[in-house]
Design a protein around this ligand. Structure first.
Ligand code: DI6
Ligand code: FE
Length: 412
């Protein structure tokens, strides 16, 4: 066989649901890469003959290969920080009180409107590097801290540029309906409706015309956009050919997830307040449940997402960092595996599926990444672990040894 590289002395967590073994595991394995794709994988004893003189052979020293990690929900591009609010909250102010007093998202908006693309790019690249060092090979980045046309476009251009200058694939999401900007505040629903007009009639067409977003998202919550406003934005985005997703049921249940399911959303995200009707709706529509334990932890939430119902109804569960300056200033995908298990009681296998197979599905990339199978992109990580469960069990000493992205070895 003529391959570009072969990996031996490895175990593989394929995360392939068609395999009966936990993690889709293949022990004493080998894997071959050709033209950026997985060409062969299986037991080393079954490895076909290949030209050992012409083919680079990588030894894994008994470590584990997993699919490259996917962080399917980040707000990575932003300026400023909200440490002051962290202090206020520790003095008793709630996240909602701070938002209603003009803090929260809107305070980051000011910093983003003032920052130029170069500054935003440099800040975001450092954060993306941190995720990449943990084995992330695909990341979703949302806008949402501009809340005016120019700044929303600026944030999405920075996200697109990041993808061009980094081995990590960047999937972008327009989140212009993240909060009501100051210039529309104080006018009640009429002001919010007027801002939604701007989002629908000007921002979305401009974003699509410049191909700056792969999806659109809305913060459907009583401190942001109601069900009718959410439907206007998501329907307009769908009509323009974008995938849709939704920040839903984070602080209350407005029925956002059922709306998202009806519109065919790729995912509903946060969903601490999701009820069984909502679980059934997203199960029916094939929508993924994106769990964000970083925000739950940082905001000291107490309402757990309905994990048992999601399991019972077979909803694909995703874990993501939700990295953002307000509710989840935690730039770590690996830590989300530990939090998903310790806080949300996922199993380690569910947690790993949440940042591989299911995360790919939440981004519409399940045909290419998230599972190690012949024909899929050669995006994989080599970990110095003795069992895949270690990735969720322990945090702090990074077990990543090597990353391969599209067949290219990314030196650590
Ligand atoms: O506080 C921020 O800056 C973003 C908060 C973040 N956005 C959202 O829709 N929900 C969240 O937790
Ligand atoms: Fe978020």
């Amino acid at each position: 066989m003529s391959w570009d590289q072969v990996w031996i002395d490895i175990n593989i967590a394929t995360m392939d649901p068609s395999k009966s073994e936990a993690y889709g595991a293949i022990t004493d394995a080998a894997l071959a890469v050709k033209d950026g794709k997985i060409a062969w994988l299986g037991k080393r004893a079954d490895l076909p003959e290949f030209d050992v003189l012409a083919t680079p052979v990588h030894r894994g020293h008994g470590g584990w290969l997993t699919p490259g990690l996917i962080d399917a929900h980040t707000h990575l591009v932003f300026a400023g920080n909200r440490a002051n609010e962290f202090e206020l909250r520790l003095q008793g102010a709630s996240y909602e009180e701070i938002a209603r007093a003009g803090g929260g998202i809107v305070s980051t908006v000011k910093a983003c409107r003032e920052a130029d693309e170069a500054e935003l790019f440099d800040l975001a690249r450092r954060r993306l590097n941190a995720l990449a060092k943990e084995g992330v090979t695909t990341v979703e980045i949302k806008s949402g801290y501009g809340l005016d046309l120019d700044t929303e476009l600026k944030l999405l251009r920075v996200a697109r540029e990041l993808g061009k200058h980094h081995h990590v694939d960047v999937v972008t999401t327009f989140l212009g309906a993240h909060a009501v900007p100051p210039e529309f505040k104080g006018q009640g629903d009429a002001g919010t409706d007027a801002y939604v007009d701007l989002v629908v009639n000007e921002m979305l067409p401009a974003v699509v015309a410049e191909n700056l977003a792969d999806a659109a998202d809305v913060f459907c919550e009583n401190i942001a956009f109601n069900l009718g406003q959410t439907e206007r934005v998501l329907s307009a985005a769908k009509a323009l050919g974008l995938d849709i997703k939704l920040h839903a049921e984070q602080l209350s249940n407005l029925g956002g997830s059922e709306l998202a399911a009806r519109l065919g959303a790729k995912s509903v995200d946060h969903i601490e307040y999701l009820d069984e009707a909502g679980v059934k709706a997203i199960a029916q529509s094939g929508t993924c449940a994106v769990l964000l334990p970083g925000a739950f932890y940082f905001l000291r939430e107490t309402k757990l997402p309905p994990i048992d119902l999601l399991r019972q109804h077979g909803v694909p569960m995703v874990l993501a960092s939700d990295f953002n300056p307000g509710s989840s200033p935690i730039c770590s995908t690996l830590l989300m595996l530990n939090m998903g298990c310790t806080l949300f009681r996922l199993t380690p296998e569910e947690a790993l599926a949440g940042v591989t197979r299911n995360a790919a599905r939440a981004l519409g990339r399940e045909q290419r990444v998230g599972v190690l199978r012949e024909g899929m992109d050669a995006d994989f990580c080599l970990w110095r672990i003795s069992t895949p469960a270690e990735l969720a069990y322990s945090y702090g000493v990074n077990p990543l040894v090597d990353v391969v992205k599209g067949g290219k070895l990314i030196h650590q």
